[in-house]
Each structure stands twice: as C-alpha cells, then as structure tokens.
Design a protein around this ligand. Sequence first.
Ligand SMILES: *Cc1c(COP(=O)(O)O)cnc(C)c1O
Length: 426
Amino acid sequence: MNRDTQIFDIIARERERQMKGIELIASENFVSDQVLEAMGSVLTNKYAEGYPGHRYYGGCEVVDEAENIARDRLKQLYDAEYANVQPHSGAQANMCVFMACLRPGDKFLGLNLSHGGHLSHGSPVNFSGLVFQALDYSVKESDGRVDYDELEQKARAERPKLIIAGASAYSREWDYARIRRVADEIGAIFMVDMAHPAGLIAAGLLDNPVKHAHIVTTTTHKTLRGPRGGVIIMGKDFPNPWGKTTPKGEIKMMSALLDSAVFPGTQGGPLEHVIAAKAVAFGEALDPSFKVYQAQVKKNAAVMAQAFVDKGYKVISGGTDNHCMLIDLRTKFPDLTGKVAEKALVAADITTNKNMVPFDSRSPFQTSGLRFGTPAITTRGLKEDRMLQIVDFIDTVLHAPESEANIAAVRAEVNRMMANYPLFAW
Ligand SMILES: *Cc1c(COP(=O)(O)O)cnc(C)c1O
C-alpha cells in the first residue's frame, strides 16, 4: 500500500501546532526523543498476556527484560516494594484498585469532582460512580484547601472502605499522614492518585505518598514526562482487605489481587512498546537532570501564579505548591466564562483548558475558571522571565477575547517567542 499521506499530513500539522504554541495544559508534557522512539518500536507487535516469566504466549523472553527494568526503575524512583506497569491509562490503574479492594456497591470517599477531583474518583458517568457508592469531601471556600475536618467527619460517619487523595486541579501539598490516620481508625484502605504531581514527587520536591498510603496510582505522561499510560505501586505498608493472612505476609496477597485486577481483570495484552517507553522515562527521571527540570517546573509555576495575582486575578488558594494553578475569572472579568476564555487563548496559540472552580456559579460546559500548568513549557526550556511575558499575553487576550486583531497580535508574539525553543531533534 502507498504511504498514508492523509494521516501523516495530519501528524505533521500536529507537530507544527505543538512547536509554535505555548502549551499550558497542566496534564500535558513533551516526551524525549528516546521515549518517542521506544513507543514507535517493533515491540508493538508482541502479545504478552500475563507477567514476566509467566506469560500466556511464547517468545516473550525479550519483552520480559524490558518490563522487569520498567518495574525495577519505578520501584527505585518512589522507594516502592511493588509495581505494576501494565495499566493502559491512569483511569484504568484506578479501576484496578477498585476491583482489587472493593465489591460492587461498596462506599468510597474522594475529592469532589468540581473541587478538583478526577472523574475516575466517583463521577456518575464513570465506572467508579456507576458500580460503587461515591462519597466526597470538599475544599474550603475560604482558602481553597482540602477540608480535612469534613473528610474525617465523613469517614467516621459513613465508614467507606476506600479513601482516595489526589486531584486533577489542586495546587497544594496534601496532608497524607492525616488521611492515613483516619483510614486506620475506620479500617479503610488509603489510596493516593498522584497522576498530576508524580514528577515533582519523584524529584523529591513534594511528599512521597508511598510512605503514607496503602496503594498509589499514577499516570506516566503528566509531570513524569513519560508515554501515555498508568502504573500502580505499593510501599512497605499494605492493606489486607479480606481479613486473610498468608504465610508469606500480606503484601504478597495484595500484590496478587492487584496483578489479577490488571490482567485478566480489566485488560488483555499489555502494551509492551509503551512499557519500554515507560522504562526509558523512569530512567530519565532517575537522572540528576530530572531534579533540575522539576525544580524549574515548580519555580515557573510559583512565578506565574504570583504574576496572575499581581494583575488582579484570583488564584484558588492564593498560589501553588506544585506545577499547576486554577484561576477564578469572576474576580477580574465577571462576565467572561472559561469557555470563551479558552477559545480566545487557543486562537492566540496559547493552549489551556476551561475548568470548574470550587463553588462555581456556572455549569461544567461554561465554567468560571482556567487551569494552567508549567510542565510542558519548562520542558521546552522557558524560565521565570518568560512566565511574566506569558501572563501578559494571557491578560491581553482576555481583555478583548472577541477581538480578532487583538488575538492575531498576541499570536504573532507567541509564535516569535516559541521559535526560540526547538522541540524535536528530527
Ligand atoms: C489525569 C488523571 C487520571 C487519568 O488519567 P488517564 O490516563 O487520562 O486515564 C487519573 N487521576 C487523576 C487525578 C488525573 O489527573
């Protein structure tokens, strides 16, 4: 067959789009060339249902080596005892934990989705909310931080079997130890979904939840800067949900439950090409240069958040401890929705996403907020001075979001700036 120019032209246009714009979506990043190369490799041809050394197909000896390296590097990165690198995505990693720890109809407690929680933590249109009974805790309206008092009260009153910490739009450090205490008090399993800050945690810039939680899940493609995918890890401490003890110790049992929840519970064959790319990304994250990168991600986010505050924007919680921030537009532009703001910024080649803010007066389709993150632009090499310029660009666009001329002027400056930051070696 002839080369598929229809699709490769689209890929070329997407490459161009990524190069010329300012990428501020907090959950996105740019992988290295070697991560990309591993993902686009012949490993995609291999079926390998099962786990290294215990496969349902022949010829897995070579991919077994890659998967073992991925697991070992991941354990080293987070000081973990158990790792499963097969989940195809973060949501699937979470689904596996639900399957291993709960029975249909069981109660669990997670952060309110309109306060930053993820849809796989109990949305009524997601398996988590459809199959299980989802309860939630909130952030406080006064300071935008998790309401731990409410979390404790709900945990004691409702006695959920699982408590989840972690979020998609929360800019502050978590008090994992406090949640662990109440989980122990009521006999619940404590899971942390560190999908967003996983890279900062790997670099030692935020508290490592593996020390506090029974089970930790994450995506590999956000701050961690690996291929699109999920993983599950456990530390030295682990739950024993069925009240059984085994001669070999409890960790054996929970690891077996999680492994079989991934395969055959929720997935068939693993994506060995993606697992090899995960191994490459974990190797990069173990390199000292990764700490330098994550420190810059955090510095850039702090400078950006302060620049928004200085221009009169309301930043939820007043700032950020990590890579992201949530802006409530209502303070500065009461009539501007997140939807309109997102569209205008995207037209100026500044990519961001509209987001609900806690206690939002608008619907999820309109929203009053925007979410920004610095992982992707930091990968491109932008430093603090550029953060100030970017906030200027955003402010200029939002002052006249309907003006084509205004947007075109900013877009030209954005493209000129980003031409100084090459992205791909090829
Ligand atoms: C992004 C995210 C996920 C889901 O990741 P996918 O790979 O898109 O399924 C899960 N949990 C949290 C907290 C996230 O932010």
